[in-house]
Ligand binder design. Sequence first.
Ligand code: DGP
Length: 122
Amino acid sequence: MPTLFERIVNRELPADIVHQDERVTAFRDIHPRAPVHLLIVPNKAIATANDIADEDEALVGHMFTVARDLAKREGIAENGYRLIINCNAHGGQEVYHLHVHLVGGTPLGPMISPSKALREVL
Ligand code: DGP
């Protein structure tokens, strides 16, 4: 079964695609958490950060250089932004196709709010 994001990459599902090349695709998140919220995904399916293979190193690096260029194009590079990869249940991953969130356009606040689990041990 192709992942949701593979279907976006293959143009089988609609999305606001802002960049596509032979290795990665970037599109606007359907539920934006900030004025700019893009997802940068590899064209090939990699389920989670745990599944990145050694031979994917250049591909993953490319995801980050594309994120850098998109931040500039979206006008948020100078003020700053956040790049996020969620992994598995504790990371809050919803879509099991590796993706980097590029979020910005406003001050984003603290990186994470202390989780319930952390509060219990503090
Ligand atoms: P994560 O929790 O890291 O797996 O984030 C998944 C993100 O994917 C979430 O912010 C919402 C977004 N998303 C889910 N389905 C779609 C979709 O069909 N289209 C687009 N553009 N984004 C989606």
